[in-house]
Design a protein around this ligand. Sequence first.
Ligand code: 5GP
Length: 193
Amino acid sequence: MNFLEEKILSDGIIKQGNILKIDNFLNHQIDINIMRQIAQELKRRFSDVEVNKVLTIEASGIAIATMLGNLYDVPVVFAKKSETANSTDDKYVSQAYSFTHKHMNSVFVSRPYLSSSDRVLIVDDFLADGQAAHALIDIVHQAGGKVSGIGIAVEKGQQQGGKLLREEGYRLESIAIIEEMDWQSQTIRFRQQ
Ligand code: 5GP
């Protein structure tokens, strides 16, 4: 078992509705030591790809992205969420349904922060149905850039996001992949990697 799987087992709380709460080290309080290890592990797994920008989505992806940007010494961009944004001359806009908040978000990045010369490592805290990741991929492509890879802390393997992204040919690395979790018994089984 790796460091993140151990931390999830010791500190995670499984909620009804297939939600894992890891507020005490990632989604509310941030454990810098765990963040550092997540960033180091993602950098190691993507050591063979070119990266000149790290892209995530507000809010919880920002901590991981910042640690990773520090290791690569490249800029970090976070897409913003808005209920109203439309594509305009000054921003790239995509759509993502929020699994946790159960509504559609527009997701946008201002045009100056992404371009065709960018080789982008997309990162996020969770991967569930892949809505957020697909919106970020769409935005990179609108800018004419290339997606170098997608780095995730916790993939929920019971949902379809990981399968879809791998089938689409993206290089996806998830540090912990949950195969099953049960809120009544508070048990989690991880995929062997
Ligand atoms: P997706 O867009 O892949 O369907 O869902 C990923 C997004 O939803 C992540 O950015 C994350 O914020 C949120 N999310 C999905 N599942 C969970 C979960 O079980 N726990 C938490 N804390 N966030 C989740």
